[in-house]
Design a protein around this ligand. Sequence first.
Ligand code: PLP
Length: 224
Amino acid sequence: MDAIRCLLAENLARVEERIAAACQRAGRSRDSVTLVAVTKTVSVEIANELVLLGLRDLGENRPQELWRKRELIPEVRWHLIGHLQRNKIERTVPMVHRIHSIDSFRLLKALDQYGPATVLLEFNCSDEPTKGGFSPSEVDQVIEALSGLRQLRVTGLMTMAALEADPERCRPTFQRLRRLRDQIHAAYPLQELSMGMSNDFEVAIEEGATWIRLGSVLFEGLSR
Ligand SMILES: *Cc1c(COP(=O)(O)O)cnc(C)c1O
């Protein structure tokens, strides 16, 4: 485990430098953006090494895998960043700090009926038909749905950019999400932007990300 710990520490230090530099370029404070380490491709043991290195936010895209890892690593804040089926609401909500990926009106309504939780709405801002989430054209219905919520707290928006060789090309996607956030904010207060992955997180920070979700960049060099 020592070699692995060393490698993860180096990766994390490099990522941390890049986050700090992006914050500086954008005139933002480092603590205005939080790194969520996405552990979906690694074992519980590796995920735990990240915790030993000081990370406090871990993310998974599948509910069952989140349940499993959280049982073994209960002391951090867990984030669900992938699709949640309605029959898994009851088990998942008490375990998570945030659900980033509310992708339909049906799910929004079911969560609100279940009880208090803190969530973000996923928007498809890159016009890729294979991606889930609300369409920016649905923003009026989204505002209407938000104003009818009883128990659920929606704190922001999430998006995934297309995989681009040049991350600069992801900038319009992130700008689009920020404008949607600002537009909704006029009617329903939203602060958070969950955007930026290994390929594009610096651009996302420059465009206002408050949560970045990083997987592969943290695990570079690890034989898996
Ligand atoms: C896997 C995943 C990530 C992390 O992706 P990397 O490119 O490995 O950093 C971020 N967000 C979501 C929703 C994911 O599924």
